[in-house]
Design a binder for this molecule. Structure first.
Ligand SMILES: Nc1ncnc2c1ncn2[C@@H]1O[C@H](COP(=O)(O)OP(=O)(O)OP(=O)(O)O)[C@@H](O)[C@H]1O
Length: 309
């Protein structure tokens, strides 16, 4: 069931065409991640969906409602993670949650939210003495205080250390478990791959591709990189390289000393041929690996830009 539908959104700031044409639909209960290079239009898109910025054209439907007619109702259905700078520094975690809860006619018990964001023990800690990770968790808590259907998290893990980042992943997965829809942006590829049901890649204000991480990776060329090295050293590697030239399953070969790398659309078959030859010659191989494609390869293939991490 669709909970969010975005159709042909456009937004310009003077000469800057931040969002050219963005359309997508999000299903209930999914983690939907928007990724893209710097300035691709991700934040502008989120701000339009969140009702903070009016689009120049296009439509946004949240659970069948539109901002122009049902703004009050939409506000009860969405939760937006505030910038951690918007938290009240002198208030405790619990006081911040109480305050935000008072803005809504209906809210989730503060106790429950503290548990979900793993701040029960720190409920009486003031924001100003919290770590970056604790502040981000509190910001996510504020986004869920009105028990919304859709939760927007704009780069919730940027600048956090790996452990703090993982703690945030746990919260996202818990939200998914209880049936919430999460719209996420991130600059971390591993995060997008791990958390998302579907990933939408935007570039220059347009959707360039949208699918599950697995399907996106599967759409790339089936060529795989196979690496190995030879215990007998460079000579054995050179002789194997020579023997494999012209094998139809092997598209390309590169050698550096005792290390050999090859590219093949049928890596298992290529390895079978290669190992047949090395066995015959009495060469011993080690560090054999087939590199799998990742979301990072998808990103580079679709945007032509390196991923920044
Ligand atoms: N209020 C504004 N006034 C003028 N230009 C803006 C404004 N907000 C965004 N832009 C411009 O619109 C483009 C898209 O910006 P946006 O912040 O949506 O990109 P983003 O994909 O979120 O980028 P990042 O990954 O760097 O956060 C950029 O060129 C940006 O400079």
């Amino acid at each position: 069931m669709t909970v969010l539908e975005v159709n042909q959104l456009k937004k310009a700031f003077g000469e800057v065409r931040a969002v050219e044409d963005i359309s997508f639909m999000v299903n209930r209960g999914e983690v939907f991640t928007i990724i893209g290079p710097n300035g691709a239009g991700k934040t502008t898109t989120l701000e339009m969906i969140e009702g903070l910025l009016p689009p120049d054209s296009g439509t946004i439907t949240v659970s069948g409602l539109s901002w122009s007619r049902n703004a009050g109702e939409i506000k009860t259905k969405i939760g937006v993670q505030p910038q951690s700078s918007a938290l009240f520094d002198l208030l405790t975690a619990e006081e911040n949650l109480d305050l935000f809860a008072s803005f809504y006619p209906r809210s989730k018990p503060v106790e429950e939210v503290l548990g979900m964001i793993n701040l029960t023990e720190h409920r009486n800690k003031r924001v100003k003495s919290m770590s970056g990770g604790q502040r981000q968790r509190l910001a996510i808590g504020l986004a869920m205080i009105n028990d919304p259907e859709i939760i927007f998290l704009d780069e919730p893990t940027t600048g956090l250390d790996p452990q703090a980042r993982r703690n945030i992943w746990d919260i996202v997965l818990q939200l998914k478990e209880i049936g919430k829809t999460v719209i996420l942006t991130t600059h971390y590829m591993e995060e997008a791959e791990k958390l998302s049901d579907r990933v939408c890649i935007v570039d220059a204000g347009r959707v360039v591709t949208l699918d599950t991480p697995e399907a996106l990776i599967g759409r790339l060329t089936r060529e795989r990189e196979v690496r190995l090295s030879f215990l007998e050293g460079a000579d054995a590697a050179a002789r194997t390289e020579e023997a494999l030239r012209g094998v139809p399953e092997i598209l390309r070969l590169e050698r550096e000393g005792e290390k050999l790398t090859l590219w093949s659309p049928e890596p298992e078959q290529a390895l079978y041929i290669l190992l047949g030859f090395t066995k015959e010659q009495g060469f011993r191989t080690q560090h054999v690996s087939i590199r799998e494609m990742s979301l990072e390869d998808v990103f580079i293939a679709f945007t032509g830009k390196e991923w920044r991490d």
